[in-house]
Design a protein around this ligand. Structure first.
Ligand SMILES: *Cc1c(COP(=O)(O)O)cnc(C)c1O
Length: 382
């Protein structure tokens, strides 16, 4: 028996509305160009990767073997030390960041977390959950960490281990903190006990694919890093991935007889479908296909920035960023295009799936919006 007519109608309306809203989705960093229809039969199965991805479980209805290949792909991309890495597919970037900080705390229980004021909102909460001390570092006007402020704070607390939380693409302006600068400030303060976690949720994957500067991977000095899977790669279900140096995390995780594996992850049950989506994307596109998508995103961002400037709108981008920042337009436009807005600025993130025709429609709206608000200012002042 199916749904009652009234519920069926409600569902049909909802599904139609979701499709409509997907056509006006420019303000969040979410790829939309995926097609996972080959995997739909798996939606009939309760896949669950409960516990450690590298240790078999009695819960055998899982996708661990594919998850391991996904982890290996990213360990390679981010140059994790060959026999000394570990990780798992998370529910998203936030969980990966929490895990990185958790490992850092187990290593340095009295460490101080240094993170910039442009850091993702979830991080402060996670620092509270972990009961860690922290210091917020200023940023420049484009969202990058102010290294002289960092140097000053490190100097004042040089008797404590430092846990650096670096942004590889901030949420609002896609600014990247530079590990070379950070490490030089740690050296200047003569702090030997430190840990660097990179929040690469937003920009990590395409930055690594295109070898963009500044580098942030394990070879550049990261001790752990987190990415989101539903952002650049694309997934119908939010997901992510965390990688840490294996020797650091060895103090975490107990053997649990009930699941027949070790409890090394933050949550118990873990989504068994999202690793399959990631696996499918990696295999289907390959590194070259992923690189091509990254280059296309950059092309779209360059186009949008220059077109906005041509229309007299003060748009800007950080170097090699796919996020275009501009003064906030009217509320109507922000709602129509689902534009994230903060402190008078909005942005469009040119993730894969953003098309030129869509940008042209958006540009038309922006131009009309600027004209109307210009007229309003004129009529107010006359
Ligand atoms: C999106 C994002 C996060 C959070 O990731 P989720 O996948 O939404 O949990 C953290 N940091 C930055 C910079 C992000 O852009």
């Amino acid at each position: 028996m199916g749904l009652q007519a009234i519920d069926q109608e409600r569902l049909t309306n909802y599904m139609q509305r979701a499709e409509e809203r997907a056509a006006y989705f420019l303000g969040y960093p979410i790829a939309r160009d995926f097609d996972y229809s080959d995997l739909y039969p798996l939606l009939k199965l309760p896949l669950n990767n409960i516990g450690d991805p590298l240790v078999e479980s009695t819960y055998d209805l899982n996708s661990r073997s594919l998850e391991q290949e996904v982890l290996a792909f990213f360990a390679d991309l981010f140059r994790a030390p060959a026999d000394n890495w570990w990780g798992y597919v998370t529910n998203g970037g936030s969980e990966g960041n929490l895990y990185g900080l958790y490992v850092a705390r187990e290593l340095y229980p009295n460490g101080i977390v240094y993170y910039s004021e442009a850091t993702h909102y979830s991080v402060q909460k996670n620092i509270q959950l972990l009961n860690l001390r922290s210091i917020v570092i200023r940023t420049d006007e484009r969202g990058e960490m102010d290294y002289s402020d960092l140097a000053q704070m490190l100097h004042m607390h040089r008797d404590q281990p430092a846990i650096i939380f670096a942004n590889i693409g901030t949420t609002m302006t896609e600014a990247k903190d530079d590990l070379v600068e950070i490490k030089s400030r740690l050296r200047m303060a003569a702090i030997k006990n430190y840990y660097i976690h990179c929040d690469a949720a937003l920009a990590g994957v395409y930055s690594a694919l295109l070898n963009l500067k500044p580098g942030f991977d394990f070879g550049h000095g990261a001790d752990s890093l987190a990415i989101s899977g539903h952002k650049f790669i694309g997934s119908p279900i939010p997901c992510g991935l965390v990688l840490v140096k294996r020797n650091y995390k060895e103090r975490i995780g107990k053997a649990i007889p009930y699941i027949g594996t070790v409890d090394t992850t933050i949550t118990g049950s873990r989504n068994g479908h999202s690793p399959v989506f990631l696996w499918y994307a990696i295999k289907k596109l390959g590194r070259e296909g992923l690189q091509r998508r990254a280059t296309e995103s950059l092309t779209m961002a360059t186009y949008l920035e220059s077109q906005l400037l041509d229309r007299g709108i003060q748009a800007w981008r950080n170097p090699s960023a796919i996020t275009v920042v501009f003064p906030e337009p009217s509320k109507h436009l922000r709602q129509k295009w689902q534009l994230a807005t903060e402190n008078g600025c909005s942005h469009v993130v040119c993730m894969p799936g953003v098309e030129k025709t869509q940008l042209d429609e958006f540009l038309k709206d922006m131009q009309e919006d600027a004209r109307v608000s210009g007229e309003m200012v004129e009529s107010l002042s006359s």
